[in-house]
Design a protein around this ligand. Structure first.
Ligand code: GLV
Ligand code: MN
Ligand code: MN
Length: 414
């Protein structure tokens, strides 16, 4: 179904994105807006103001998710929901996450301008802490909303430094809301996002209808040796935790090339104790992020990764403790929702291809309990989680227009 009379406003969407990108802007042209920091609060405040200005009913739930609701002719009908996240990586870009939030807001603004009432209510959500930089796991707030995690688990999550908790930081920035997290009827969830990969750009296709996302398991690995003097402790007597961790990380990298089709394996976080030039490292903690579209292959790769770490530890005389910090099976999105996205693109004369997501998204949590679809748009060079992340205003607008059509198709016109 196509709504030729309701056009999203490309300039307004772009300007909103650029205004939001000033909050936490980095010298390299990206954004650092880590969840539940003061910068995140600033972004939340701005988004909340924009929602109120658009006449949306605003509520904050127990996990700090910000929900803007546009009522429908039937206010009790299951809502059609969209959203993504305002938080970023430490050296993130201007689009990962925030695009899906502000595209949702633009849908509401465009419907307001056109005086369109939908049958079912519409909601736009900023999900708290999608990225999992501070609180290790990521997508926890949408996970609580979707019933994947208990509220208590989410609220009690410690930060990586062990200094505070999710609940304390929510309260500190004033987003410890009182609305229940989830638990109300939702008809469908759609998330618009940059692809974060190269396929759409390479093929010159503006819209990706996302079929699902690959599985992911994350680990925190603690390698323990013993501190010693860098000048006096003979090499043969050392239990160097850094050497142990390095051997494991190199082995993990090689493992990724040893499986077909290959998994992706990343160590992006390392902390060294005591992190001093002239002390042999006594302890290293590092992260492993392993992803594969096939759950059985993923399980096998994870088992091999663990075995490889234990073998390296034994060989070097250090101890290793491996703790799984998160796990998500690969997920297929709802066939009808994927089809609604394809049909919307088709109706607008936009080329569209089916695509799988390599990244995790809040939509992956929602898909467990709610019919879910995602809309991908191209990003420059497929670059993401990088200050250089970039996208074209016209592509972002096309994705937003598809989002509008998809949401209205599900919600119905009053
Ligand atoms: C989130 O961006 C992820 O895929 O880890
Ligand atoms: Mn994202
Ligand atoms: Mn991300």
């Amino acid at each position: 179904m196509s709504l030729p009379t309701v056009r999203i406003d490309e300039d307004r969407l772009w300007q909103s994105l650029m205004t939001m990108a000033e909050i936490g802007a980095t010298p390299g042209g990206g954004v650092c807006r880590i969840a539940l920091t003061d910068v995140d609060r600033e972004a939340r405040d701005l988004f909340s103001t924009w929602c109120r200005d658009a006449g949306l009913d605003l509520r904050i739930d127990r996990m700090g998710n910000i929900i803007g609701r546009r009522t429908g002719r039937d206010p009790d009908a299951p809502a059609v929901v969209t959203g993504s996240h305002l938080d970023t990586q430490p050296l993130g870009g201007r689009f990962d996450g925030v695009y899906g939030v502000l595209a949702g807001l633009e849908v509401m603004r465009a419907l307001n301008d056109a005086g369109i009432e939908t049958q079912a209510p519409l909601e736009v959500i900023d999900w708290t802490d999608e990225e999992g930089v501070r609180f290790a796991a990521g997508v926890v707030a949408s996970g609580v909303y979707a019933g994947r995690f208990d509220l208590e688990y989410g609220l009690n999550l410690p930060d990586r430094a062990g200094e505070t908790t999710f609940a304390r930081e929510l309260a500190r920035i004033g987003y410890d809301g009182e609305a229940p997290c989830g638990g109300y009827p939702v008809d469908a969830f759609f998330e618009a996002h940059i692809e974060q990969g190269p396929i759409l750009e390479q093929e010159g296709v503006p819209i990706g209808a996302v079929m699902g996302a690959q599985g992911q398991r994350c680990y925190a690995v603690t390698v323990t040796g013993e501190e010693g003097h860098a000048g006096t402790l003979p090499m043969a007597l050392r239990r160097d935790a850094m050497v142990g961790a390095s051997r494991m990380i190199d082995g993990l990298y090689r493992l990724a090339f040893d499986v077909t089709p290959p998994p992706v394996i990343t160590t992006g976080y390392v902390s060294v104790r005591p992190n001093s030039r002239n002390t042999v490292p006594g302890q290293v903690v590092f992260s492993i992020d392993i992803r594969h579209p096939d759950n059985a292959v993923l399980a096998d790769v994870c088992a091999r990764a663990e075995a490889l770490c234990r073998a390296a530890a034994a060989e070097l005389g250090v101890d290793v403790a491996i703790e799984e910090s998160s796990r998500r099976d690969s997920i297929a999105f709802d066939a009808d929702c994927v089809d609604v996205v394809r049909t919307a693109a088709d109706g607008l004369g936009l080329a569209c291809r089916d695509i799988y997501s390599g990244a995790g998204h809040d939509a992956c949590n929602l898909a467990r309990t709610v019919p879910t679809g995602m809309i991908f748009v191209p990003c420059k060079g497929g670059i993401s989680h990088n200050e250089r992340e970039d996208a074209l205003p016209a592509d972002l607008a096309a994705g937003c227009q598809v989002l509008l059509e998809a949401m209205v198709a599900r919600a119905g016109l009053a």
